[in-house]
Design a protein around this ligand. Structure first.
Ligand SMILES: Nc1ncnc2c1ncn2[C@@H]1O[C@H](COP(=O)(O)OP(=O)(O)OP(=O)(O)O)[C@@H](O)[C@H]1O
Ligand SMILES: [Mg+2]
Length: 251
């Protein structure tokens, strides 16, 4: 279960030329709940606040106002418990080129306190599901971005998290690979895990998400099953909601 209550997060940035500081309100009062066995899709244009929201759920940064609970643990009050429940995939594909996927996952397993034999078994199982078995013992330096993404996904799931927080999991993947990842997310739902993903791929949302939230300028617009969003906005496709929000200046 993921619960956000009136979450705010801003950043102060400095313009190097004018030397002036300015404040960016990245997330402005977002509340949402994702239940076990549900896939929630977070949509929105570039800079809308999706990654900031997901980073806060993963405990990598904290809200300035409001609160977040993951499996009943507050990210501020019980940070370790909350963080331990989350499998987080970020958008930067940081894998260590010197290692093979098997070595990389073993190191990460140790890092997360997973028994080495269990980590190895689970890692190999995940790589098999992601169709990367043939590359388990190949150094990652020559890996394509899709192969790196698969290893990052296996890493995020290695400690068997109850909550899956994936930032743009299918970006840069071909349609076949993307389907493999979506199938894995669907399996996670069947297993009763709680899943939240951000994406720009609208057909993916329509296919696998139970609920959709559209973030525009740090505010959540619409929080409903995809079909209901289309009905509510009286549009044939989700991208039309974006156009309507942009036309209204996000209001
Ligand atoms: N660490 C940071 N320092 C300063 N500003 C930040 C930081 N992180 C995010 N921001 C700003 O907050 C806003 C929201 O960024 P965020 O990365 O959450 O957007 P996003 O919805 O994930 O966009 P995209 O679709 O491009 O990934 C942006 O204006 C961004 O510049
Ligand atoms: Mg982002």
């Amino acid at each position: 279960m993921i619960q956000l209550v009136e979450v705010h997060k801003g950043f102060t940035v400095k313009d190097k030329k004018t030397r002036k500081k300015k404040r960016i309100e990245a997330v402005r009062g977002i509340s949402l709940t994702v239940k076990p066995g549900e896939i929630y899709g977070l949509l929105g244009p570039n800079g809308a606040g999706k990654s900031t929201t997901l980073r806060m759920i993963a405990g990598l940064m904290h809200p300035e106002q409001g609160r977040i609970e993951v499996c009943g643990a507050g990210t501020a009050t019980e940070p370790e418990k909350a963080r331990g429940a989350v499998g987080y995939l970020s958008t930067d594909l940081n894998v260590y080129n010197r290692f093979t996927p098997r070595e990389f996952l073993r190191i990460f397993g140790e890092f997360q306190g997973v028994d080495p034999a269990v980590a190895e078994r689970r890692g190999l199982h995940l790589l098999e599901k992601l169709e990367l078995s043939d590359f388990v013992d190949v150094k990652m330096e020559g890996f394509s971005s899709g192969q790196r993404q698969k290893v990052s996904i296996a890493r995020a799931l290695l400690h068997d998290p109850r909550v899956i927080v994936f930032d743009e999991p299918t970006t840069g993947l071909d349609v076949l690979t993307a389907k493999t990842v979506l199938d894995l997310l669907s399996l996670m739902r069947t297993e009763g895990r709680t899943v939240i993903v951000s994406t720009h791929v609208l057909p993916m949302v329509e296919r696998i998400c139970d609920r959709v939230g559209i973030i525009f300028d740090g505010i959540l617009h619409g929080d409903a099953p995809p079909r209901e969003i289309l009905q509510r906005w009286n549009v044939p496709a989700l991208d039309e909601v974006f156009f309507a929000l942009a036309a209204k200046g996000g209001a």
